[in-house]
Structure formats: structure tokens, C-alpha cells
Design a protein around this ligand. Sequence first.
Ligand code: AMP
Length: 213
Amino acid sequence: MDIILLGPPGAGKGTQAKRLEQTRGMVQLSTGDMLRAARKAGTPVGLQVRAVMDRGELVSDAIVSALIGEHLDDASGGAIFDGYPRTRHQAEALEVLLGERGRNLSHVIELVVDEDALVERICGRFTCANCGAPYHDTAKTPKVEGVCDDCGGTEFKRRPDDNEETVRKRMEEYRAKTAPILPFYEEQGLVRQVDGMGSVEEVAAAIDAVLDA
Ligand code: AMP
């Protein structure tokens, strides 16, 4: 089963993708994570995308589709596309990449959220530097302050593009370039809407209901 989680930045795609990895043995393919890894490793792609990402703009279709092509076979038991595709061109590239492997999308889950609430959600988020477990300043703090619930790590990090100005730009990009790909998937009968404003558990239950229907 290959699925797309679609929604603006901060809608909860990453959190839900990580949960699906644990509960269903699927594999999260996040182009944002791949690009951040490339930056950290200082690869040519990493150097090329740094400034664009810091401005909250989209990197080129060719770069992200190549990254997905490199990682798609890691998720042969089922991929959760998180943050990809983000343009019509990427949606078409994904069809080709899946088709070449005899695979196809089973669901596009649109996380429907209130954009004003998202800025607060995004600007408060942080993750464990060791295992990547997600936290939030008000919505989900570690049970013991400064210690990761999952791995006991004591270092945490925040994304440099999780600041208000960049978040607004990222939302603008979503509205202008990503939301318009929904009709492409609606025509194929793949889109299911899920209310993304509930708790992590509520959203998870709604996604499970869609996948198990
Ligand atoms: P994300 O972690 O998905 O919020 O992505 C962080 C940043 O990486 C975005 O603001 C873009 O600059 C870049 N990015 C990630 N995925 C894509 C994509 N599919 N297409 C273009 N740019 C992307």
C-alpha cells in the first residue's frame, strides 16, 4: 500500500507518518528529511538547496523526484509520501516512478487544518536530536523535562525554517503550488479528507479508518 499524506506545513504529516511506520511497517519517505540530511552531510545537493529552503521556497522538481527515485525501493512494503509531491510536475513524476515498479497509489489523505493555528503549532515544535521523536512547547512536552520519552536522549533540536516569516512563505507555496494538485488525485477517486485539528490520537484513528475501509 503506497499512500500520500497531503497538507500544509505543520498539518501533522510527519507525526502521522512515523506512527504508521510503527503500526503498519510502512516506510516514511519525506523529501524534507532527505534534503535536511543532504544539507547536514554537505553533499552538492545539500549545498544547492540550502538558501531556497531557508527562504521557505520549493526546491526544484528534478532534485526531489530524483531523491524519491533513490529511496522508493527502500519502501517496497508500502510508502508514506510525506511532503512529496508538492507540484503537479512531481505528482506526474511519482506516477512514472511507481508505474515502473508495478506499484500504484491506494490513498491520498488530505489533512484539513486551520492555517492560523498552524503557525503556533509549527513555531513550538522540536524533536529529539537522537531519535527524532516529535515534541511541542505546549501540546506535547517530554514527560520528564529535558529527557526524550522514547530513547532517553537529552538533546533536542528545532528546524531553522520553523520561524514565523518562513512558515508564512511555506504556506503560500502550499496554497499556490501544492493544493492545486488535489483535483489531479480527486479525478482518480483517491482523495480522503481527515480533520487534522484533533489530537495526534484522534487524527491517527481517522487515518486508520480510511486505510482499513
Ligand atoms: P518539509 O520538511 O516537508 O516541510 O520541507 C522543508 C523544505 O524542504 C520545504 O520548505 C522546501 O524548501 C523543501 N522541500 C521538501 N520537500 C519538497 C518537495 N517535494 N518539493 C520542493 N521542495 C521541497
